[in-house]
Ligand binder design. Structure first.
Ligand SMILES: Nc1ncnc2c1ncn2[C@@H]1O[C@H](COP(=O)(O)OP(=O)(O)O)[C@@H](O)[C@H]1O
Ligand SMILES: [Mg+2]
Length: 257
């Protein structure tokens, strides 16, 4: 197959209605490999709705979603997952009574059914070790997931998602519940993740849906801004910071950049 240089995941002219509410209106978004793409906007702007459209949980009334050039608009979430759309598991979905490394193994196995014998075992061990290394989980690998503080639990969630070998990773408000230091650490890990070349020789694409403007400005190389279900801006952090419409949308919010 020829190298695909387009976006890994994209939404084109996507609209979503909840009854009379236009939650999204003709929204475009592109998520490219080797970078963190930010999706920001005030509360209720439609960020989580767009996230759910990309992962397949919500079917738009208009518009399309493309994965690696293929139209996946009609695909259910599990099929998109197999196609390379990864998302972080919420905290409650960690197996609380299993050790951290057992959680990673379980995630790997969920994405590689039938591959737990022979060569699969070796690959599993290699990938889990790689993810432990990448996220610095070594010191807590044998601890029980349920007893970890939020910051470390978030890293394990991320690790589980990485064990499924995603092409694109969708993260919805990963900084919620993290303190300042933990948020900075998370940001550093995200930057490292997209800079690395993954197991299949490709670079990961990350979509970061975030309320925390400072975090987004720090890790993203491209940012899309939603307000009342519409895309009001799209550009580099510098362009977004200088955008009058973005500033107006955030007026009255405490975290205006
Ligand atoms: N399942 C739903 N049913 C009805 N309205 C919803 C539903 N989900 C979200 N909304 C509404 O859609 C708008 C966008 O919500 P959401 O995507 O959660 O925003 P954000 O994540 O940016 O805070 C809000 O007005 C919200 O109240
Ligand atoms: Mg949300």
């Amino acid at each position: 197959m020829a190298a695909d240089t387009g976006p890994v995941l994209s939404a084109r002219q996507v609209s979503v209605r909840f009854g009379g509410l236009h939650a999204l209106e003709d929204v475009d978004l592109e998520v490219g490999a080797g970078r963190v793409t930010g999706l920001i906007g005030p509360n209720g702007a439609g960020k989580t709705t767009l996230f759910n459209v990309l992962s397949g949980l919500i079917r738009p009334v208009a518009g399309t979603v493309h994965l690696g050039g293929e139209d996946v608009t009609g695909w259910p979430p599990h099929r998109r997952g197999r196609g390379g759309v990864g998302r972080s598991f919420q905290r409650l979905e960690l197996f609380a009574r299993l050790r951290v490394e057992e959680n990673l193994v379980a995630a790997w196995e969920s994405a590689h059914p039938g591959a737990i014998f022979g060569r699969g075992r070796t690959e599993r061990r290699r990938r889990v070790a790689e993810v432990v290394d990448l996220l610095g989980l070594g010191p807590i690998a044998r601890r029980t997931a349920g007893e970890l503080p939020t910051g470390l639990g978030r890293m394990v969630e991320l690790g589980r998602a990485l064990c499924t070998d995603p092409k694109v990773l969708l993260l919805d408000e990963p900084s919620s519940g993290l303190d300042h230091g933990e948020t900075n650490q998370f940001a550093a890990v995200l930057r490292r993740l997209v800079a690395e070349t993954g197991p299949a020789g490709r670079q990961l694409a990350v979509l970061l849906v975030e309320h925390d403007m400072a975090l987004v400005m720090e890790v993203c190389s491209a940012i899309t801004v939603l307000d009342f279900g519409r895309r009001i801006a799209c550009g580099t952090p510098a362009e977004i910071r200088g955008d009058a419409g973005v500033r107006a949308a955030y007026l009255g919010e405490s975290d205006v950049a």
